[in-house]
Structures are given as structure tokens and as C-alpha cells.
Design a protein around this ligand. Structure first.
Ligand code: MG
Ligand code: MG
Length: 258
């Protein structure tokens, strides 16, 4: 069942998602060699609570923390730990909030200090693919149009698209119908309608598309241990142009001044 949101509900979803964008920026400020991922998690939890909101991931399906932090070959759902970030790492930070009963969900992959040019290109291409997917997220298009745009862009650069994890509807639950794969065929899948709100979240691998699920029950990593990038926005479907409810503006501002 796909829940269509009213303009008032979309406004609430926007507040939840803007707070995620601001939280990602707070985390981005702190990212540097030596900081542990559990310290980043604490920064995010404190910031979300100080804004009167609730961390969306904490306790969700039993997840133990506020952020999913996935370093290098870890794709998504990494558990914050005593791991200290190292120069040259990339770190996907996925964050959720609940504001007035509605979820925010957005993710950004950061560089730790100087990162190999080849890996930077993976991040750039994944971020570009997210926005190409968002361009397709308009009323009258289909879910497959989004995945097709993402897949074509990433594969044309020699990267592979993770198949085992997908984007999703967002609302009063973090994961609602429909599923939003990052691969697909034009003109196939669910028709997009005004009022749908979806998270589009390409997970793109430098090497093989296959992933494995680690024994901690959460962490997903690439089978070949090559790096993976992850960028995510929550968007509302309208006629002509999607409305991006989350934002990388706060993060970009922090990274510009670093
Ligand atoms: Mg997410
Ligand atoms: Mg998501």
C-alpha cells in the first residue's frame, strides 16, 4: 500500500529531513583522522535531541545507534564503534530522524583527509547518479525510470550497482512501499503520483556488485572488499519536478570551509 501525503504532511517530512541534513553537517564538521565512529554517533544523537526530535534509526528493527556509519568496503548499515577514522578512508553516514511522527532519511559519503583520486571519482559519480535519479522522480514516470538513470550513469563509469538493497517510500514509517531500486528499465514498475514521498539512495561499488552481510547482523560490505559509495535524498513527487526534502547544502557549506 502506497500512502500519498498531503501538503501538510510533506511540510512535516521536510522539517524531519532538513534536520537530517543539518545533522549530517554537524557530523561532517567532526570528521577527521582519529575520531571514532561512536563519537560521531554521539554528536548526531545529541544534535537531533537538542532540536527536539528523535533519532530515527535508534532501536529501529533493533539497530543500536543513531547513525549507520559504513567505512570503505562497508556499503550500508555499519554500526558505530571504537574504529578511528584514518586518512584516506571514505565514510558513508546515514541518518534518520522522527519529527512530529514523520521520518527523515538521508545519507552522505565523506572523505577523511586526502582520498585517492579514483575513490573520489566513485563518490562524484554516485552523487551525480542520485540527482539524475531525482530528475526522473516526477508524476507520470515510473520507478524503473529512476533506477535506469542511476544504473546507466554508474555503469558507464565502470562501477556496479548493489542489487540487494534499495530505496523506499518514507512517511510515518521509515520504510514504506514502494521499493526504489537503483537499477531498472525505463517505463517499468510503479507509476509515480503526486504526494508520494520516496528515498532514492544509490549504493555504488567500485568493483563487483555483490555484497555480503556481516555476522554482526547489520553491516553490509562488498564481497571483493573494494570501496562503495552511498548518497541518499528523500524527495516528494510532484508534476514536472521533484521536491528534495532533505538537503546537502549544510554539508557542502561545512566542507567548503574545511
Ligand atoms: Mg538512509
Ligand atoms: Mg533509506
Amino acid at each position: 500500500m502506497i500512502f500519498l501525503k498531503t501538503p501538510e504532511e510533506i511540510a512535516t517530512l521536510k522539517r524531519a529531513n532538513q534536520l537530517v541534513g543539518k545533522t549530517l553537517a554537524e557530523v561532517g564538521k567532526a570528521i577527521k583522522p582519529g575520531i571514532t565512529t561512536i563519537e560521531l554517533d554521539k554528536i548526531a544523537e545529541d544534535f537531533i535531541r537538542s532540536n527536539g526530535a528523535t533519532p530515527g534509526f535508534l532501536g529501529y528493527g533493533g539497530f543500536p545507534n543513531t547513525l549507520c556509519i559504513s567505512v570503505n568496503e562497508n556499503v550500508v548499515h555499519g554500526i558505530p564503534s571504537s574504529y578511528a577514522l584514518k586518512e584516506g578512508d571514505i565514510v558513508s553516514v546515514d541518518c534518520g530522524t522522527i519529527v512530529d511522527g514523520f521520518y527523515g532519511d538521508s545519507a552522505f559519503t565523506f572523505c577523511v583527509g586526502e582520498v585517492d583520486e579514483k575513490v573520489k571519482r566513485l563518490l562524484k559519480t554516485t552523487r551525480e547518479a542520485l540527482y539524475l535519479g531525482i530528475e526522473q522522480a516526477v508524476e507520470g514516470n515510473r520507478i524503473g525510470d529512476i533506477g535506469h538513470a542511476i544504473q546507466r550513469h554508474c555503469e558507464s563509469h565502470g562501477y556496479s550497482v548493489v542489487r540487494d538493497l534499495v530505496g523506499h517510500g518514507v512517511g510515518k514509517d521509515m520504510h514504506e512501499a514502494p521499493e526504489v531500486p537503483n537499477f531498472g528499465k525505463k517505463g517499468q514498475g510503479v507509476m509515480l503520483k503526486e504526494g508520494m514521498v520516496i528515498a532514492i539512495e544509490p549504493m555504488i561499488n567500485m568493483g563487483n556488485k555483490a555484497v555480503v552481510f556481516e555476522k554482526d547482523g547489520w553491516t553490509v560490505r562488498t564481497i571483493d572488499h573494494k570501496p562503495s559509495a552511498h548518497f541518499e535524498h528523500t524527495v516528494a513527487i510532484h508534476q514536472g519536478k521533484a521536491e528534495i526534502l532533505s538537503s546537502f547544502d549544510f554539508v557542502d557549506e561545512v566542507l567548503k570551509n574545511k
